[in-house]
Design a protein around this ligand. Structure first.
Ligand code: PLP
Length: 459
């Protein structure tokens, strides 16, 4: 053995010692440490100088970072309600309870209980969904991206595969979702019409050929165009489509079921009901954005089109599992139950949107009071701006309240990091010399946890 290699720590003892600290399964830690020691061996052989202590510390830091990547709860102090990096929409308590019931036992997923025969998957959910959005028919798949691909694959056949889209709607949603690329992978041929800022009915009309499969509208979920702009009314576009017997499809993105402008001082987000009433034949939207359900993509509209989509072989590849179906069923029922009294909703996004700043202020005061005097920082209350996020309503500005932490002893970055890596993790945002924790996205039942984490770090 080269003498340089003598400083390498023995794998198993180090792994066993570290496994206790990170609380991960031992085989996983052993394998992790083995890989790191091997990497160090290579470096030492290449002439890197080091010592055992440095190597052990390096491996421990990497293991800590790996342990922190394990999926775990996070307290969201960012003020962004649908935070894509923090798991988008949280679920209501009823939905979570239903999930546990179905998850820990058997269910009638594909079983007809009255007849004792094989049953239809998601039959109840599909009826409830159609009822909620006032559609002839509806179904659900794994996410909205899959829903759009499925729709395109079904409606673009052979030569008849041209999809007309306005140049102002060739959007990128994030996470690799770009309309032109989605079209390409679905075997559709993109036909762009109009200009970035203006598209007229005549532009669509001129682009129609015998090979036109559909006209596609895509909601500009995460950006806004303003100024010298124009686009045809959906009703006009629908008439044009009917004249040529071409389905009008709209990806509405977010799936807000309520008038968002009535809930909070934010923009009106187009609802599925509105799109369908105006004559769109088929829509798709996400289940885990403003709807506040599980990750899923909902397809709704004309029953012949929905039935066709469900017959696609690709449907099988993107169908929802029983856990998603359970949560989605619970979320949809919750909307149907509270349609007449939206303020009674159990959907966390909607509840969070409706909280008055005064209420947040009271919570912030009592939270700061509970933390008490701390030598390491100064805590105060500040007005803040929350947003819906998640690629919805880019202009939303919801008046909110945040706890403003001005660290004295430690650096701002260090404080933010300590909050992120403890249990439960807390994610806030920095503003000048302060760390802000917005209370609109922190549930009231999490206040105690925030107090204990802040006390632990700051006193
Ligand atoms: C968010 C969004 C999508 C993607 O939805 P996923 O459910 O994340 O797949 C597609 N289209 C629009 C317009 C969106 O806003």
């Amino acid at each position: 053995m080269s003498s340089a290699l003598k400083i390498l720590p023995p794998i198993e003892p180090l792994a066993f010692q570290l496994a206790r600290a990170v609380k991960l399964p031992k085989p996983l830690v052993v394998s992790f440490v083995r890989k790191e020691v091997t990497a160090w061996r290579k470096q030492l052989l290449e002439g890197t100088e080091s010592d055992r202590d440095t190597i052990e510390k390096d491996i421990e830091a990497k293991l800590q970072a790996f342990a922190a990547s394990r999926l775990q709860p996070v307290i969201n102090g960012t003020g962004v309600l649908i935070h894509t990096n923090l798991g988008r929409s949280p679920l209501g308590k009823t939905a979570a309870a239903a999930l546990e019931q179905i998850a820990t036992g058997y269910s009638n997923l594909e079983f007809n209980l009255p007849d004792g025969t094989r049953g239809k998957r998601a039959g109840y959910l599909e009826t409830a969904l159609a009822c909620l959005v006032n559609a002839e028919s509806a179904t659900a798949v794994n996410n909205c991206a899959a829903a759009l691909v499925l729709i395109l694959r079904h409606l673009c056949v052979g030569e008849k595969n041209e999809v007309i889209v306005s140049r102002s709607e060739l959007v990128e949603i994030g996470g690799g979702f770009r309309v032109p690329e989605i079209l390409e992978t679905s075997g559709a041929k993109l036909v762009e019409v109009g200009a970035t800022n203006k598209t007229h009915l005549a532009d669509y009309a001129k682009a129609i050929t015998p090979n036109t499969a559909i006209i596609l509208k895509v909601h500009r979920s995460n950006f806004y165009i303003e100024g010298f702009t124009a686009e045809p009314d959906i009703a006009e576009l629908s008439t044009l489509c009917k004249e040529h017997d071409i389905p009008l499809v709209e990806d509405i993105g977010s799936g807000a079921m309520m008038n968002t402008d009535e809930l909070a001082p934010i923009d009106h987000e187009p609802t599925p009901q509105e799109a369908l009433t105006k004559g769109v034949d088929l829509i798709c939207f996400s289940g885990d954005k403003l709807l506040g359900g599980p990750q899923s993509g909902i397809i709704a509209g004309r029953s012949d089109l929905v039935a066709g989509v469900k017959k696609e072989p690709f449907f099988r590849a993107v169908r929802c599992d029983k856990l998603i179906l359970t949560v989605l069923q619970e979320s949809i029922d919750e909307y149907l139950r509270t349609q007449a009294a939206p303020t009674k909703t159990d959907v966390p996004n909607l509840k969070a949107l409706a909280i008055k700043p005064e209420e947040l202020k009271q919570r912030a005061l009592s939270l700061i009071d509970s933390v008490g005097e701390c030598p390491e920082a100064e805590l105060s209350i500040t007005e803040s701006i929350a947003t819906t996020g998640g690629g919805t309503m880019p202009r939303s500005k919801i008046p909110s309240i945040a706890i403003k932490i001005t660290p004295r002893g430690i650096s701002l970055n260090k404080l933010a990091q300590q909050l992120r890596v403890g249990t439960p993790a807390i994610v806030g945002y920095t503003q000048e010399k302060h760390l802000l924790l917005d209370l609109r996205t922190i549930f009231d039942w999490q206040d105690e946890l925030v107090v204990s984490r802040l006390s632990e770090i700051l006193s």
